[in-house]
Design a protein around this ligand. Sequence first.
Ligand SMILES: Cc1cc2nc3c(=O)[nH]c(=O)nc-3n(C[C@H](O)[C@H](O)[C@H](O)COP(=O)(O)OP(=O)(O)OC[C@H]3O[C@@H](n4cnc5c(N)ncnc54)[C@H](O)[C@@H]3O)c2cc1C
Length: 510
Amino acid sequence: RMYSYREVAAHNSENSSWVIVDNEIFDVSKFLEFHPGGKQILLQNAGKDVTEVFHMYHNSSVLTKYRSKLKIGEVSDYKAASKVRVANSFGDLIPFGDPLWYQRLQSPYYKNTHIQFRNRIRQFVDTEILPNLNEWKENSQPPRDLYLKMGAQGFLACMVGPPFPFDYVDAGTPYPEDFDYFHELILYDELARCGHSAVVAALSNGPAIAISALYRFGSEEQKRKWIPDILMGRKFCALAVSEPGAGSDVAGLACTATQQGDVFIVNGNKKWITNGTYSDLFVTAVVTGAQGHGGLSLILVTKDTPGFSTRKVNIRGSDLSGTAYLDFDNSPVPVENLIGQEGKGWKYAMYNFNHERFYVVTIMARLARVCLEESIRYAMKRKTFGKYLHEHQAIRMKIASMARRCECLHSWLESVVFNMCQMTHEEASMKLGDVIALLKAEGSRVYEHCARETTMIFGGNALYCGGVGDRIEPAVSQVKGYQIPAGAEDVMDDFGARTIFKLARVTAKL
Ligand SMILES: Cc1cc2nc3c(=O)[nH]c(=O)nc-3n(C[C@H](O)[C@H](O)[C@H](O)COP(=O)(O)OP(=O)(O)OC[C@H]3O[C@@H](n4cnc5c(N)ncnc54)[C@H](O)[C@@H]3O)c2cc1C
């Protein structure tokens, strides 16, 4: 229904309290008692256009959450501030809040199929993920039916990388035309736009990381048994490599699997395992031979294996991604659950390193951008000392440094992805390993920088769950969770630098 400003103004009492946000009218009479900021502030503003004050203290996802319950109509005499339409642009058009090819620049990398794919994921994130994030925080994982929807959309299948795995998805599953790594980049980038890295990890860790060895080196029987269920979202899968005593140095793993007849008896522990509390399948690194890389094998462990248990690890910001501690106590695992050959576990795990790091960098690049995007919004509405934040030069410097670092990171990422598209896996392993390692180290520094600067711009609201900083609070609090996994930052830098000297010795004129 349409109401005039005058009609809305009459609803200014406890019995009937209406407010206007933008052009929408909300009846908040029954919400007065539940308003986190208190009843009085709503009553003081009842009957009024509260657009400015609303956006000052809330993130717009609040509207998405309450619209269906509280919205009663729109303002008949509303006049929207006129905005310039930018041809061929996409998104909210906060400058640098999306990659610049969304907004105003040309890019050699993207075709129509990428644009269509991006639009599809954006709509999915806007309708299925963003409005529900707060609810999921109260549970410890996103709902299973969301994961099923991602499977049905073909998004999970895209995460194994090109070519699209037609043989392992249900008939009719949609897929992007000419599927390549740029589609995958868009997928992780758009998912991470929700600002919540644990949600992204919960929704992607299985297909993007955990199943790689099974998918590339498993027997056809193993693949048929597991991959379709994982790619269609019916089952969760975790990768269990790290242990309490060994993370970066995989040669130090101590979880053993000793063959006895037709089973391996597994003993030991795993720590930090993403999706571990709710996974159905664990691709697990075990020592089957001598200590060291050559003695490692990968086996498939199902959650119902006798003597096998998981428990939650309280790790900052990772509640939703089910980080777990795994315990194997004389657990029998059928010998046919060995992936590929015994002793090749390290080789199989390494196969996905470039892909895994590309995935992590893409997520970090977007989380950094979320910090930038929200900082620009906030700096244009928050006033201190009689000025908007963006009118203070110190704040503008922060925005500038975030914008240039986000854009440099994204451009480097795109150039790496372009090369991934051109190369065979073998060539990419040889030529891109050090580049992607350094990119990963740079990604976590850019993300850390943006998380720091956005905190200084938002002040207390950066640390407050709910309210205007709702979208950046998880991005800020989870920054450390990306510096360590998939190759700790310093380990990546060291690997990159060692490769530089190795190559210099072999190829350069010194
Ligand atoms: C949020 C999160 C999720 C994770 N998910 C998984 C998962 O799903 N599956 C899994 O198997 N593991 C997972 N991990 C574990 C992760 O892979 C390890 O934490 C990581 O490999 C580092 O190992 P570590 O913590 O044992 O640190 P260590 O290897 O003990 O290293 C400690 C620190 O020393 C530094 N360091 C170590 N060696 C060097 C070196 N040579 N040069 C310079 N500095 C060095 C590093 O900066 C490192 O941070 C996860 C971790 C986190 C935090």
